[in-house]
Design a protein around this ligand. Structure first.
Ligand code: NAP
Length: 545
């Protein structure tokens, strides 16, 4: 099995073809929302998922320290029937709590009767004559469906770099997506973590508590911000029903589908003492989510924010050389233009004697050896190497399925070989009746997951209803709609500092991947408005027949 492939315990299941109106792939927030909605409207729907339960990444990723970076009550469905009977235990719930939430939703919405698990979809082919998709799984299951609805999330295909010698390592080499299957006990072990982004930071905090030695390999510093977690054991600390209702309703008015928005003023509108007081007040997630309005567009403003972050962070790190690597004096890249992690004690770990930092910018990895890792400076032995090295993000999940459209059998991967093309970040010309969510050229990584699941999910459901009411059976995006959407994606990105920074949002993390903005950067309210306008205009930009 290839190292970038997640273990998949599928059992052969015969070759019976199951016929449905809509096949949903993926049991995360988007997938289960669409199953619930479409089924309530009388569609024959089936949801399939490669894993063995709902939750998407929350199910496939069960590594220590896993926790959501979005606070409750925002990180849940807005259906009062759900939230009124569910009590969150923490403001920022951990992985186990989110998995329990998915089980709760599955029961309330009675999802299991229309779900097949351990079904890794490997191919989907459009049949023009029938006007249907034939979809097949790795273990031989087959489905015939009018609508093909991939809800794969942005981290469906993992990525481990192809370091020299990687197959020779005799210890345990793990990706964060391996924990669910292997449940490794790493206490007392000598551990390496490669990668210091959202996942690496969480893993480092958790594994530092039990490892005998922990070595963290950093290529780029993460400008992590404090996680203001709150234990909700005491009811007085929990958001009230009124606050929950209000927060959930306000999500569509916020740039990130949360209830935070940028300040109305620019950084240098405030005199220095007010600016400092404002930064202090924002310190935490709001430093990123509710900043001065020019944080992402003005380099001087951005540097000012970085300088504040740097000084706060360096004050926690005892060794000045370590501080130079974690929070350099010179700004390494535009603040917020790579995904910021939330941390509790990440920067304090490096004051502990059993935690070591390796600066990969100065001493890159040259080889994985039988016993550990050799950098340009030294060779180190490890029991375990954790590759928190991310994903073929946003597009990898779709591209790894052999999706063959209407145009002479062109695959989606071929269609995207020079860069992504979509209309509205949900459909592709030449691929009729396929609508995906939380994918490329949509708000995706810049939008709270449940908000996006509902926003895009409702739009997909309404489009299918429009088709049914008008006796239409085939929809596809026009080629020119894709071109215009791509132009919009670029112009929104070019109004920010994001394209100047190397990140997975720009496709930079995967060798050979075209460099382009993978995310719609106009914010949730503008995206929502566009979707509504397209619908009100009889789904302009589509060919419907
Ligand atoms: P990631 O953001 O892609 O980060 C990968 C890390 O591995 C980076 O530090 C990267 O360094 C490093 N890396 C990659 N290739 C390398 C190489 N060849 N040599 C050395 N280092 C290398 O992946 P992730 O941390 O798993 O996060 C992915 C996304 O998942 C997040 O952005 C977030 O959307 C989501 N997530 C969310 C949560 C949450 O809600 N709490 C938690 C975890 C993940 P460079 O930066 O230099 O490329």
């Amino acid at each position: 099995m290839h190292k970038n492939q997640v273990r998949n315990p599928n059992a052969a299941n015969g070759s019976r073809i199951r016929s449905i109106d809509a096949l949903i792939v993926g049991g995360g927030f988007s997938g289960i929302y669409q199953l619930h909605k479409l089924r309530s409207l009388g569609y024959k729907v089936l949801l399939v998922d490669a894993g063995s339960n709902y939750g998407g990444v929350w199910h496939s990723h069960q590594y220590p320290g896993l926790r959501v970076d979005t606070e409750t009550p925002l990180y849940q469905f807005s259906d009062p029937d759900l939230w009124q009977d569910w009590t969150w235990r923490q403001r920022f719930p951990n992985g186990a709590e989110i998995r329990a939430y998915f089980d709760y939703v599955a029961e309330k919405w009675d999802l299991r009767r229309d779900t097949e698990f351990n079904a890794f979809v490997q191919a989907a082919a459009w049949d023009e004559e029938e006007g249907k998709w034939t979809v097949s799984t790795r273990d031989g299951r087959r489905y015939k469906t009018r609508y093909f609805l991939p809800c794969l999330g942005h981290s469906a295909k993992r990525y481990i770099p192809d370091w020299k010698g990687i197959d020779s390592f005799k210890g345990a080499l793990l990706h964060p997506s391996d924990w669910r299957q292997t449940q490794p006990d790493l206490s007392g072990k000598n551990i390496a973590i490669i990668g210091t982004a959202a996942t690496g930071v969480q893993l480092a905090q958790a594994l530092s508590k039990t490892a005998s030695h922990l070595t963290i390999f950093q290529r780029t510093p993460n400008t992590a911000l404090p996680l203001p977690n709150v234990d909700y054991e005491s009811p007085s600390k929990r958001p009230s029903s009124a606050a929950t209702r209000h927060a959930l309703a306000a999500r569509l008015d916020s740039f990130g589908g949360l209830n935070h928005n940028a300040l109305p003023r620019a950084t240098f509108d405030d005199p220095p003492e007010i600016r400092l007081a404002t930064y202090e007040q924002l310190w935490g997630p709001d430093f990123l989510l509710a900043p001065y309005r020019d944080l992402f567009s003005n380099e001087d403003a951005n540097r000012e924010a970085y300088t504040f972050w740097r000084d706060k962070t360096r004050a926690r790190i005892k060794d000045p050389k370590t501080a130079d690597v974690l929070a350099p004096m010179a700004q390494p890249y535009a603040f917020g233009c790579k995904r910021i992690a939330l941390e509790s004690d990440y920067f304090d770990l490096f004051n502990e004697p059993h935690v070591k930092l390796v600066d990969l910018k100065a001493t890159p990895i040259e080889e994985i050896t039988e016993r550990g890792i050799r950098t340009a400076a030294e060779e180190m032995d490890f029991d375990v190497v954790v590759c928190a090295t991310g994903y073929d993000s946003v597009t990898g999940g779709l591209s790894q399925i052999d999706i063959t459209g209407a145009n002479g059998g062109t695959t989606l991967k071929e269609h995207w070989k020079d860069g992504v093309k979509t209309y509205l970040g949900m459909c592709v010309s030449g691929f009729p009746n396929m609508l995906f969510t939380y994918g490329p050229q949509a708000p995706t990584a810049f939008c709270n997951g449940p908000t996006c699941a509902e926003l895009q999910g409702d739009w997909v459901v309404n489009l299918l209803e429009f088709m049914r009411e008008n006796s239409l059976t085939r929809l596809q995006a026009k080629g020119e709609s894709e071109d215009e959407w791509k132009e919009k994606i670029w112009s929104l990105a070019n109004a920010t500092l994001l394209p100047k920074v190397r990140s997975w949002w720009m496709g930079d993390n995967i060798p050979g991947k075209p460099r382009e903005p993978l995310i719609y950067l106009g914010g949730v309210p503008a995206y929502y408005k566009t979707l509504n306008e397209v619908a009100a205009d009889g789904y302009c930009g589509f060919e419907l027949s």
